[in-house]
Design a protein around this ligand. Structure first.
Ligand code: FES
Length: 249
């Protein structure tokens, strides 16, 4: 239970940078009284409305669904819309953009590398088009439950921003894309087969992960991308053996 009063004075130290105007990033500090229950996103909206309308950040749903408001708060990747100030330690709130992507302005990052990696895993159902069914492709409840943990990804890029490997290897696919590939390869309706794993059998694909588990800590939906990377690695090794012994083409 929080011991903070109904209203607490917070100092928000916010990363500011406009590459078109600024030579270097800076931090601006705004001090505000916030009521209990105020989220980081609400505080940012209030700062933008009252103190500085040039402050840039992304949001949309305000309910942890759209994944737009990923950012670093006190050094940890979070969704601003579901992070209450009263759950943070202390009254100093450091707000920065997600790492591993270029800053477009303030807290808005260029997510092109994230989406490019995502596209590479072809994140859609590869059904057998020649056998187009006359009705829906049914799945049993068990087959659906198997996918449940991976369907919840909202593509907020918190895992991508927190992955230390991406800081060294910018062409790495990243945890979200690989978790999405796993989600489709586990889907009983997907027909892409293990040969598809060859597309991610590279130093920038499945083998880039150093198994540091930051993506698991970062995920606001409690997904475990590292586990999917490990599972696909095991599957890929089996596939390589089968291929070596000519058990598959
Ligand atoms: Fe949609 Fe935060 S605004 S997830």
């Amino acid at each position: 239970m929080s011991l903070k009063n109904e209203n607490t004075k917070y100092a928000f130290k916010i990363f500011r940078f406009d590459p078109d105007l600024d030579k270097a990033p800076r931090y601006d500090t705004f001090v505000k009284d916030c009521a209990r229950g105020t989220t980081v996103l609400e505080a940012l909206l209030s700062i933008q409305e009252i103190e500085d309308d040039s402050l840039a950040f992304r949001f949309s749903c305000r309910s942890a669904v759209c994944g737009s408001c990923g950012m670093l708060v006190n050094g940890a990747p979070v969704l601003a819309c579901r992070t209450q100030l009263s759950n943070l330690i202390g009254d100093q709130v450091l707000i920065e953009p997600l790492p591993n992507m270029d800053v477009i302005k303030d807290l808005v990052v260029d997510m092109k590398p994230f989406w490019n990696a995502y596209r590479k895993v072809e994140p859609w159902l590869h059904a057998d088009e020649e056998k187009e069914p006359k009705k829906e492709r049914h799945q049993s409840p068990e087959q659906v439950h198997k996918l449940d943990p991976y369907i919840n990804c909202i593509l907020c890029a918190s895992c991508y921003g927190s992955c230390p490997v991406l800081g060294m290897e910018e062409d790495y696919l990243g945890p979200a894309a690989i978790a999405k590939l796993f989600r489709f390869m586990e889907d009983s309706r997907d027909q892409r087969g293990e040969t598809f794993l060859e597309k991610v059998d590279s130093p920038q694909g499945l083998w880039a992960c150093h198994t540091i588990f930051r993506c698991i800590d970062a995920c606001p939906k409690d997904l475990r991308p590292t586990d999917t990377i490990e599972a696909l690695r095991r599957r890929l090794i089996k596939y390589r053996f089968k291929k070596f012994f000519r058990l598959v083409k």
